[in-house]
Design a protein around this ligand. Structure first.
Ligand code: SAH
Length: 292
């Protein structure tokens, strides 16, 4: 493992990256500045790098030929992305102000801010990207919540968090970058007994057989490695994480993708998501598990 000294506000010696692949992922997210992420975040200052769920509010969108339509569409996509985080937070159980939560693969920190706003608790995030960690910490300072919300550059498979201290932890669309056995071993270590772990993730469907060509395209686009539903459940069972709820969010995320595909913010990967969700080869899944 190598150490990187960062000459900025995240200036601590951090164990990252642990592998050449993680170096690639750190560079990917350091360079990422897609309008679809930044313009949506600008709506209310919550910056997400994940997808949306829920029905599209057609009344709020209004007619497509209206001059304000594009702006409304951006706001609507953002509303659906924040709704996704809301559904994840709903699964965390009763969290008190003195509790600490861990956001593994925290991106620009939107989910961490929402967690603090809901529970008043402390939220610690880790990301491979120094740019993302700086961004998240700057936002927390601007919001005056930097004592409660903090991001650091760190490998989520090897975090500095104390054993058994976290009340809950999650991966919001970040588990496809790591080996699931290693990931769940680390969540299991940092979570207190009875703590809650939640993931929202795309996974390939074992019923389909093998990863479809669409799933392979998504992997290539994001330089990730989508796991199957079966792998999630196996790795959880191996690491004292017992699923309490498994929710197929695929029907709930399709409206988001179909709306996004009509916008000027398309990134080119929309077709792969829509086709694979429709042919059953790919699923958008939430799993909430108890650390036993
Ligand atoms: N959860 C965030 C960001 C998702 S994007 C959100 O919902 O907005 C994927 C994130 O996973 C990026 O921040 C990336 O840096 C992080 N990531 C990938 N592999 C990681 C690893 N091994 N350790 C820590 N973070 C990792």
């Amino acid at each position: 493992m190598t150490s990187t000294e960062l000459a900025n506000e995240t200036s601590v010696t951090i164990p990252s990256p642990a592998s050449p692949y993680q170096g690639d992922i750190a560079r990917y997210w350091d360079q990422e500045a897609r309008p679809v992420n930044l313009r949506l975040g600008d709506v209310d200052g919550l910056y997400h790098h994940h997808y949306g769920i829920g029905d599209v509010d057609r009344a709020a969108l209004g007619p497509a030929d209206d001059i304000a339509y594009e702006k409304k569409l951006v706001a609507e996509l953002h509303r659906l992305e924040s709704a996704q985080t809301g559904v994840l937070l709903d699964q965390l159980g009763s969290i008190g102000r003195d509790d600490t939560l861990v956001d593994a693969g925290c991106g620009r920190g939107g989910s961490m801010v929402m967690a603090h706003q809901r529970f008043g608790c402390k939220t610690e995030g880790v990301t491979l990207s120094a740019k993302q960690a700086d961004f998240a910490n700057r936002r927390a300072r601007e919001l005056g919540i930097d004592e409660h919300v903090h991001a650091r550059v760190c490998n989520m498979l090897d975090t500095p968090f104390e054993t058994g201290r976290a009340a809950a932890s999650w991966n919001n669309e970040s588990s496809m970058y790591v080996d699931l056995g290693d990931l769940f071993a680390e969540h299991s270590r940092i979570l207190g007994r009875g703590g809650r772990y939640v993931t929202i993730t795309g996974c390939w469907n074992p019923r389909y057989g093998q990863p479809s060509k669409w799933v392979s395209q998504i992997n290539a686009h994001f330089e990730c490695n989508i796991h199957s539903r079966r792998e999630y459940l196996k790795a959880m069972a191996d690491n004292r994480l017992v699923p309490q709820a498994i929710v197929d969010l695929t029907p709930a995320t399709l409206p988001y993708w179909e709306l996004r595909a009509t916008s000027s913010l398309v990134t080119g990967i929309e077709e792969a998501f829509i086709n694979s969700y429709k042919d059953g080869s790919f699923q958008y899944l939430m799993i909430a598990a108890d650390r036993v």
